[in-house]
Design a binder for this molecule. Sequence first.
Ligand code: BG6
Length: 478
Amino acid sequence: MKLRDNFLWGGATAANQYEGAYLEDGKGLTINDVEMGAEHGKAREIHQTIQADRYYPSHEAVDFYHRYQEDIALFAEMGFKSLRISLSWARIFPNGDDLEPNEKGLDFYDRVFDELLKYGIEPVVTLHHFELPLQLVNKYGAWRNRKLVDLAVRYAQTVMERYKDKVKYWITFNEINALFISKQPWHMAGILYQEGENKVNTMLQAAHHQLVASALTVIEGKKINPDFQFGCMLLYPCTYAATCHPKDQIKAREKLLATYYFGDIHIHGRYTNTCLSYIESLNGHIEFELGDEAILAQGTVDYLSFSYYFSAIEGVSEEIEMAEGNLSSGGRNPFLETTEWGWQIDPIGLRNSLNQLYDRYQIPLFIVENGIGALDKVQKNGTIEDDYRIQYLAQHIKALKDAVEVDQVDLLGYTVWGPIDIVSAGTGEMRKRYGFIYVDKDDEGNGTLNRSKKKSFEWFKKVIATNGESVDLEEVQV
Ligand code: BG6
């Protein structure tokens, strides 16, 4: 089996890391707009209001809001077949609970979609990418509150109705399982745990609300346009047992339960034994409303999308050294090298992940995030020789091709994270760059925002033009 002829090569971004224009044309504040940048390894500072004289990376980000035409022209030049963007809920409903949408916000995304379609680039749209109108935190306690389900569905219906002839591929919640994995629920659910709060029950209940909102979005979306394709989106924490000791195998399996929890509900449409045993292991409790079970059963997704950056190991030994990671982390694997941010590079882990997910769910998969965050050096002549990026991506493309061609996994596409340099979600840094396109901006917010092509730009263009046949594998041994 070959890669599909219409394989969705492209890139993936998120509104709060890319758009900027944080208060323009009626947009309301989001949970990201009160989050400062952080040094590597430190947590981002969050206050529930904006502090004077502090720098907030999302406010300008890299200004896609005003430069979308230039950026999309560059993506088109690389031959992109798809671009994953997220919508900012607060651009459409500034407070989250407004009765009428903000026309200027809707108009912005109309222009973006028109520009993409002009070049034949398929938009892939995430409705919730670690973003929420700040007002929903202050007024309702964010996803703790059932009220968010109705508000999220109103937002989803509004945009699905508006863009029904422009967008086919939808993703409901980005890395929804990160709510359980990261234990930092601000990004995923707008939650800062309060003193004395039962964290487990808050987390389980917030997840339930998101899962119900996701299912209702699918149900309502199919009424608006039966051709819509909906995906769930999981952070896939590929995990190996530290040794062949059976107890290490159990540990490795347990690591994946928080992920399968969400996959099962989105795809099987119910709380499976995996979910129930997970809840019980935490001694947790979820309040269901009448009808929730039917909603989950009906609102199942068409495809499973996921992010993959690294793998890790798990075992019972207390000696296992911890590796770095984003929202997920795990043990250090002596067979793997790491990125400058300490993430373990494991292309074969991508093939393993594709197989594990396809074996379990048997629905089309879509890799919607993969890439390497690196320190790029601009040479005196202005070029950026990012061979390490080419090497990383080439190895991962080889691995996904093995999964499709040898293992016969059904794969819709591959969108590289941050095809243009954008703000890091984890730290707010700019110097951690993923792009094929360099953006002149530093961690303090200085720079012209000018765009320039890195060496990987031409390389990826060739990969797409040959539908993955040419990835210069002789230079990159897996
Ligand atoms: C994923 C997120 O977890 O990882 C993205 O969906 C994020 O929003 C990406 O940017 C890479 O993480 P970071 O911290 O390097 O930006």
